[in-house]
Write a protein that binds this ligand. Structure first.
Ligand code: 28F
Length: 649
């Protein structure tokens, strides 16, 4: 008989081994396959590291213990995240053991054991993240160094790690007032892992932090970028209501924001809704603070309940006649700004990359909670109800008219698919992998481009600017313009549901507009058009923006072109101040040879590839541009350059 005590010891011996090796093997695995933990080693993965750490602070805020979160990017690209929560518990961990069988330090468990964190203590669950949820230990493993500091019970602790491995045991730094508590994490991403020349992008991080602040009411998020001396602080008293107000800041609203917040079966549901006079929809959904850009059951629930409540109300109050059909989802969507945010203990996402919430019960709960709140609102605010329903009626009618117009365009372009538009100067090459279509602003620039091009593979389609310049025009209306019809038939793909990439006649579609405000406006309208009706063109990397030079600098028999002001200054320095300088105000000022040399010749030119990095932001931007507020439009034109990235050809 083996004495029982012996058995226990033996079992424990096995456990010690597992815990000790677990941590090291885990770290090794993360470093070997970062893709499995943070999605790769690109800039997205880099941002992921920050989100992972911030998520823990957000969790502490959602649990009700933290009101302030600070994020700082230092000059050396190390990052500090700190909160004023309870602080990670310090002391021996109740279950995890080190190689010698002694309890592991809790901080070391959180920081080194892959898959630790989350379920431990208090029965709480990890709310934020959910999508990543790989834990801070993965960040630690991918950092050249990381320092964890905890203030708790009047003590200030510090532990340091190198590439995920603890450097000795946790140290007591000093004393602090008992009320002063929190966690501070500082890490420097490891260049051995992130070998590309990448760094954090302020704008990307800011957007995420703004969203986090919106959906985590009452928390102040301060973001400091010491690399460029920039900072931003977010605090939204009203949570989602503030978010909706922010989105509608340039729009005419039809009623006050409708807000609802309720817990059902341990699932937190919050929504905010407001209709405006805009034509577009701005609806965003969040699951455990993650922006679920592909929507999911929470979004479906929200949309379904709004359509149902509006139809019910309209019928009951005689605003829809018996002969009228019900409003469709599209009708109730126009002018809608809404956010739905759910906090779920066990979120299910479609996959690692696609951000879509799949929990079926969420749809039922959201429909119920939002439906109740919105129908009460309509009952109590008949004026608002009337305005919303009038808006739905208008969109139903407009949609009907637009459908007819669009059918006509599509049918026509199908019939005329062999008749190319008269204004198109086509190329002789038929292999679309070699051909390019320049969409050129204005007839005169179009003329220069036609003469300057290589007609073997370059086609030119001049567009007359003013037709595109229809303010606040529905895209449906723009569709019926002759300019756009010409563009559609030149491309050969059809549009919308009839889009077929195999018909594409040009491998590269290049937008060439003046470097002035009108030029960027037309460019944006074209981008809007492509984004809404031919998104695959952008996704597949067919859409580009030409980069005409801003200056021509001549000295003796040397001629140089500058594409930016910085470049101009550099060239002037090289050539000396006596150089003659010409500023191009438009494409029309260049003769055909100059246009070819600077902007069209593949050997010299720079093209910007148009990408849709963040569909939500792009939509917001397009939306803004279609509105009539001038300021945001100008802002867009400045920031727009970031939506395209440099491509060397
Ligand atoms: C800088 C980023 O990471 N904040 C955090 C807490 C608080 C607790 C906790 C964190 C212990 C063993 C999981 C405190 N008191 N900010 C942060 N604040 N982690 S991380 O506990 C972690 C558990 O495994 C905490 C009581 N319960 C939890």
């Amino acid at each position: 008989m083996i004495p029982e005590v012996f058995v226990v010891t033996k079992e424990q011996a096995v456990t010690y081994d597992v815990n000790a090796i677990q941590a090291l093997e885990g770290i090794e695995h993360v470093r070997k396959r970062p893709g499995m933990y943070v999605g790769g080693t690109d800039i997205k993965a880099l941002h992921h590291l920050v989100y992972e750490v911030v998520d823990n602070a957000i969790d502490e805020a959602l649990a009700g213990f933290c009101t302030r979160i600070g994020i700082t990017i230092h000059a050396d690209s190390s990052v500090t995240v700190e909160d004023n929560g309870r602080g990670i518990p310090v002391g021996p961990h109740p279950t995890k053991k080190d190689a010698k069988g002694n309890p592991m330090e809790t901080v070391d468990v959180v920081m080194t054991v892959i898959g630790a964190g989350g379920k431990f203590g208090g029965g709480g669950y990890k709310v934020s993240g959910g999508l990543h949820g790989v834990g801070v230990s993965a960040v630690n493993a991918l950092s050249e160094w990381m320092v964890t500091e905890v203030k708790r019970d009047g003590k200030w602790w510090r532990q340091e790690y190198k590439r995920g491995v603890p450097q000795g045991s946790i140290q007591l730094v000093g004393k602090v007032p008992k009320e002063e508590t929190g966690t501070k994490q500082t890490f420097k991403f490891d260049k051995q892992i992130f070998t590309e020349d990448i760094d954090y992008r302020f704008d990307t991080l800011v957007q995420r932090f703004r969203e986090m602040a919106f959906v985590t009411r009452g928390v102040t998020i301060r973001f400091v970028d010491e690399r460029a001396d920039r900072q931003m602080t977010f605090y939204f008293e009203g949570g989602l209501t503030s978010f909706v107000r922010y989105l509608n800041r340039n729009r005419e609203t039809l009623h006050p924001v409708v807000h609802v917040e309720k817990d059902i079966e341990n699932i937190g549901i919050e929504a905010a809704i407001q209709y405006t006079d805009a034509y577009t929809e701005s609806v965003y959904s969040f699951a455990n603070t993650i922006n679920t850009i592909d929507g999911g059951t929470h979004l479906t629930g929200l949309r379904a309940s709004l359509t149902r409540v509006i139809n019910d109300y309209a019928r009951k109050n005689g605003l829809l006649k018996d002969s009228d059909p019900n409003f469709s989802g599209d009708d109730t969507r126009e002018g809608l700004t809404a956010i739905v945010s759910v906090k779920h203990p066990e979120p299910q996402f479609e996959s690692q990359t696609k951000v879509k919430l799949m929990n079926p019960e969420v749809q039922t709960y959201v429909t119920q909670v939002v439906g109740e709140a919105f129908s009460t609102f309509l009952e109590e605010n008949p004026q608002a109800a009337k305005a919303i329903i009038a808006k739905c009626l208008t969109s139903a009618r407009a949609r009907d008219a637009a459908r007819k117009a669009r059918d006509l365009v599509i049918r026509k372009s199908a019939l005329e698919s062999l008749t190319l538009p008269g204004k198109l100067a086509d190329c002789s090459e038929r292999d679309s992998s070699k051909t390019e279509l320049y969409i050129v602003e204005g007839d005169s620039a179009g003329g220069s481009a036609k003469q300057g091009r290589d007609r073997h593979f370059q086609a030119i389609l001049p567009l007359r600017g003013k037709i595109m310049n229809t303010e606040r025009a529905r895209l449906d209306k723009i569709l019926s313009s002759n300019e756009i019809k010409a563009l559609i038939s030149a491309l050969g793909t059809g549009i919308g549901d009839n889009f077929d990439i195999s018909g594409l006649r040009y491998g590269r579609i290049i937008i060439m507009t003046d470097a002035d405000v009108d030029g960027s406006h037309i460019r944006t309208l074209l981008l809007t058009f492509f984004f809404r009706y031919m998104p695959q063109l952008i996704e597949d990397g067919h859409l580009y923006i030409a980069q005409p030079p801003l200056y021509r600098i001549a000295y003796k028999n040397q001629v140089k072109y500058a594409y930016t002001d910085k470049e101009k200054d550099k060239i002037l320095k090289e050539l000396g101040e006596k150089a003659g300088i010409q500023r191009y105000k438009g494409l029309g000022e260049m003769n055909p040879e100059q246009l070819w040399e600077t902007t069209m010749n593949p050997a010299n030119r720079t093209l910007l590839l148009v990408t849709v990095e963040d569909a939500a932001e792009a939509d917001r931007t397009f939306d803004m541009l279609m509105g009539d507020a001038v300021d945001p439009r100008r802002k867009f034109i400045q920031t727009h350059a970031k939506a395209v990235r440099n491509l060397d050809i």
